[in-house]
Design a protein around this ligand. Structure first.
Ligand code: URA
Length: 274
């Protein structure tokens, strides 16, 4: 079956998951961290929905050089140049080949944020180009859109050695650049892929069980968009594709998250032949 084949497979609750997501993935060793695993077996706590962090009124909003630039392509270029051959955190001396900035539509309505580059991403300089990226592409396609229409980035822009989970300090050092990218792109929805992305973007600590299943009002921390009409966006949390490759039974849950995003964006899944 090709990766673009698309038909629906029933779920136990009567819903269905697109075949492009549902298809069995070959067994592969993915050493990307799976923070979801820690709470993957616990029952969903209906009453324990995490509340978004209150806006910090003391937060310093620094003026960034890209804020005077209206063209998002140019603004993103300014952020990329500011990053340079980054040495701000320890990851630069732990075997990374290059900084993996982000890819996609600079005016995207929808952004996906992962954890950090793996070996394929480090080699190619683009996020989500390995096996997890293939599944992410299928998830995007199942939503009725293409990879080129969205913007994809990570919390950390350099590959953690052995694909370990990025340290909190690495996330805190790198994520301000992602926040600036988000403020330039001004998406309608950000989808956090996995616990590292969710916890960093939302600045909160909770399990995936608690974080999924709702929208958060999101404003990129420490930066303001130069567009007075953009006052932040919605943020949804779903499972990381690498986790879904390891535990395909959770694909139905991820599809529910994506359907929530599709409703928000007015997207319709493509028609199938079955
Ligand atoms: N996993 C991530 O979190 N990001 C990538 O770019 C690839 C794999």
């Amino acid at each position: 079956m090709g990766i673009y084949d698309f038909y629906r497979r029933p779920l136990s609750d009567g819903a269905s998951v697109p075949e492009s997501i549902a298809m069995a993935e070959p067994e592969i060793a993915i050493s990307t961290s799976q923070p979801e695993l820690g709470d993957g077996m616990s029952p969903r706590k209906a009453t324990a929905v995490a509340a978004p962090v209150e806006e910090n009124i003391f937060e310093v909003i620094a003026l960034k050089p890209e804020q005077s630039v209206s063209d998002p392509v140019k603004a993103l270029k300014i952020i990329r140049e500011d990053l340079g051959d980054c040495t701000r955190c320890a990851l630069h001396k732990q075997g990374r080949k290059q900084v993996v900035f982000g890819v996609g539509n600079p005016k995207a309505d929808l952004m996906f944020v992962g954890e950090g580059p793996g070996a394929d991403e480090d080699a190619q300089g683009e996020p989500f180009v390995g096996r997890a990226g293939q599944l992410l592409n299928n998830m995007i396609k199942a939503m009725g859109i293409s990879r080129e229409q969205v913007y994809i980035a990570n919390i950390v822009k350099c590959r953690p050695p052995g694909n370990r989970t990025p340290e909190r300090e690495e996330c805190e050092t790198c994520s301000p650049f992602l926040m600036r990218q988000i403020a330039v792109i001004k998406p309608k929805v950000v989808v956090a892929l996995g616990a590292v992305a969710a916890k960093t973007l939302l600045a909160m600590s909770a399990s995936m069980m608690q974080l999924r299943g709702r929208f958060y009002d999101f404003k990129p921390a420490g930066v303001r968009s130069n567009d007075p009409n953009w006052d932040g966006c919605k943020l949804a949390v779903t499972y990381h594709p690498a986790f879904l490759l390891r535990d395909p039974r959770q694909k139905g849950e991820a599809w529910k998250d994506l359907q929530m995003v599709m409703r928000e964006l007015g997207l319709k899944a493509p028609k199938t032949n079955t």
